[in-house]
Design a binder for this molecule. Structure first.
Ligand code: G3I
Length: 338
């Protein structure tokens, strides 16, 4: 009898502890099987920000730390310390990590500009992939292997890699990456690629389909989704695009979500509401299209957000305001995850 009573009290206590656990965006998303999170910078080393990150994220991605110029400032030196510390924090808090990005046309170290032959470009790519994936083996769930490979008209971007190697640089990078870590998911990441019918989106889909059909290892694509309240938002075209990728066995990350406002409308209620609707509609698509695996915002804070420096006259794109208060959109996302 005593033993039964003891077992019962343990059960009651366990139940009480579980039900007392604070529900967060991260915990709700985890229960629904969705990876949710943010890009981070040095905020990841600040205790207050760490609490906000834990509340929001079950996956993280470096806004800049993993890019060539930061990770490998010169040919010989690899700057692992920020990344290793960020991964330590993530692992201690049961948060996954996405790698952004192995190859891009921006933020390359100056020594990369000396690469001028196909042979050297391939040698650099192989060394870059192998060194990164050996160092991080088992610690990264998803890699953005290549970022932004298309132009708006659907042609290939004239990046160094394309110009020296040709279109096959993409298949090459994916193949080498798979051989280095067969358990990691390999993605190609892009912007303005979310809507069926847009030239860049259609070109990317057709290219990824061709890669799949020819046996090149690719698991997914990223739709960055840097959106603006004063541009058309077409959720049906986004959903249709997710579905055609599902049909060819490709998963999707909503990889860099933010929704900027024109400065003249920062205090316009209707515009703020529109921003909230765009965020929550995207989350709804992520929750209801099974091949959408993650919803990642490109930084949580208006104060440090990249938008104003790039799009003059725009801002307020994030889920925390300039004073680090949660905006109503934060709570709307929390509610959507109920
Ligand atoms: O680290 C240097 C610092 O030493 C220097 O004093 C300072 C002076 O400007 O610059 C610092 O580097 C900046 C870096 O962000 C870190 O803050 C670069 O100038 C700046 O260009 C860089 O901007 C980043 C941008 O990519 C680079 O193109 C943004 O933070 C980052 O949000 C943005 O992220 C991209 C994604 O990778 C791909 N998709 C689009 C997205 C937005 O552009």
């Amino acid at each position: 009898m005593k033993k039964i009573l003891l077992a019962l009290s343990v059960l009651v206590l366990a139940f009480a502890l579980t039900s007392c656990e604070k529900e967060t965006i991260a915990s709700r998303a985890s229960k629904k099987g969705l990876d949710i999170g943010t890009a981070f910078g040095s905020d990841i080393f600040n205790p207050e920000d760490q609490e906000r990150i834990k509340e929001f994220s079950n996956i993280l991605v470096a806004e800049n730390f993993m890019k060539c110029a930061n990770l490998r400032p010169n040919a010989k030196f690899w700057n692992w310390s920020d990344i290793d510390h960020a991964i330590e924090f993530a692992q201690a808090n049961n948060i996954q990590m996405k790698f952004h990005t192995m190859f891009w046309h921006q933020q390359n170290s100056s020594f990369v500009s000396n690469i001028s032959t196909k042979e050297d470009a391939l040698a650099f790519m192989d060394d870059h992939i192998k060194t990164i994936m050996e160092h991080l083996k088992g610690k990264i769930k998803v890699y953005d292997v290549v970022n932004e490979m298309f132009e708006e008209d659907g042609s290939f971007r004239q990046s160094k890699w394309y110009n020296l190697i040709g279109e096959e640089y993409l298949a090459h990078a994916l193949t080498v990456a798979r051989s280095c870590d067969p358990d990691a998911k390999l993605y190609l990441n892009e912007y303005n690629n979310e809507c069926v019918g847009y030239p860049k989106a259609d070109a990317m889909f057709n290219f990824v389909k061709k890669l799949k059909e020819s046996g090149v290892p690719i698991d997914g694509i990223g739709m960055q989704l840097h959106l603006s309240t004063d541009l058309p938002f077409n959720p049906d075209a986004i959903r249709a695009n997710c579905r055609r990728y599902a049909d060819i066995g490709i998963e999707i990350s909503f990889s860099e979500v933010d929704v900027r406002l024109p400065a003249s409308k920062f205090n316009d209620e209707a515009e703020v509401k529109k921003q909230e609707e765009i965020y929550t509609t995207l989350l709804d698509i992520a929750l209801t299209e099974p091949n959408v695996k993650s919803f990642i915002v490109w930084g949580m804070y208006d104060r440090t957000n990249w938008v104003p420096a790039t799009f003059g006259g725009y801002g307020n794109a994030c889920i925390y305001d300039m004073e680090y208060n949660k905006k109503p959109v934060y709570n709307a996302l929390f509610e959507k995850l109920k």
